[in-house]
Design a protein. Structure first.
Length: 237
């Protein structure tokens, strides 16, 4: 008998990857600006080798939530906030910022938020953080004085972004990243973008994957048992 265990293994790997992805999505339901992952199958690869299942990120915008915190920003449409790290620029849709000990705006991972002229300091003339206001097109005012404009990145090929941890993304080598045109910038202050994870949909998908995995597992066991019996019978010939 010729049983195709290879295809069964591929099916189980696809189901396991899907389960891992959904588990991560569900764990980030409350993460500001989180972008859920999903999977697709590269059938050309799948036809010749294990590993045709691929992960991709869904960049659909999450629900907007008003916080009235002046250091909470949301990009209502396109673009990413740009953060500066020792390894280079990283990008995020999470607009919850605080002030570091030197008066610069920073993300939750400690990276500094960038404006068009570099890291953004909100220290007023007194040396203390001033009142921050941000216009729709990203101009930052401290105490009524314009100090900079948010640097907003535009990434033509979103699927070339790689998750870098801490709800951030890094551009793949050679990936084109541009500054978003000013007329396309739409910043909301005192508002945060929620996760784009839909819990009910994820749970339904998770149940389907678990059932598929269990069914495939039963088939594999049955086929293994049949093949084992066939081998045993052949020994008596």
């Amino acid at each position: 008998m010729d049983f195709n265990f290879f295809k069964i293994a591929q099916s189980m790997i696809r189901n396991q990857l899907g389960t891992d992805i959904i588990a991560n999505n569900l764990s980030n339901i409350g993460t500001t600006g989180f972008k859920r992952d999903d999977q697709f199958t590269d059938w050309l690869v799948e036809a010749t080798q294990v590993g045709g299942a691929r992960r991709f990120t869904d960049f659909t915008q999450g629900d907007l939530k008003r916080t009235d915190n002046p250091l909470d920003f949301t990009l209502a449409e396109r673009g990413f906030f740009v953060l500066e790290t020792a390894e280079g620029h990283i990008y995020t849709r999470s607009g919850h910022f605080t002030v570091d000990s030197d008066g610069f705006l920073m993300a939750q991972n400690g990276a500094q938020l960038l404006g068009e002229h570099g890291p953004i300091s909100i220290l007023g003339n007194t040396g203390a953080p001033g009142v921050v206001e941000v216009s729709r097109d990203g101009i930052i005012y401290v105490g009524g004085t314009e100090i900079d404009r948010l640097l907003i990145a535009s990434v033509p090929d979103l699927q070339a972004l790689e998750k870098a941890g801490g709800n951030t993304f890094r551009a793949a080598p050679g990936q084109l990243v541009m500054q978003l045109e000013r007329e396309a910038i739409h910043v909301l202050q005192g508002v945060l973008e929620g996760s784009n994870v839909a819990p009910v949909e994820e749970m339904i998908r998770l149940i389907e994957l678990q059932r598929n995995y269990e069914s495939t597992q039963r088939i594999a066991r049955a086929m293994d048992s049949v093949e084992g019996r066939a081998i045993s019978l052949s020994d008596y010939r």
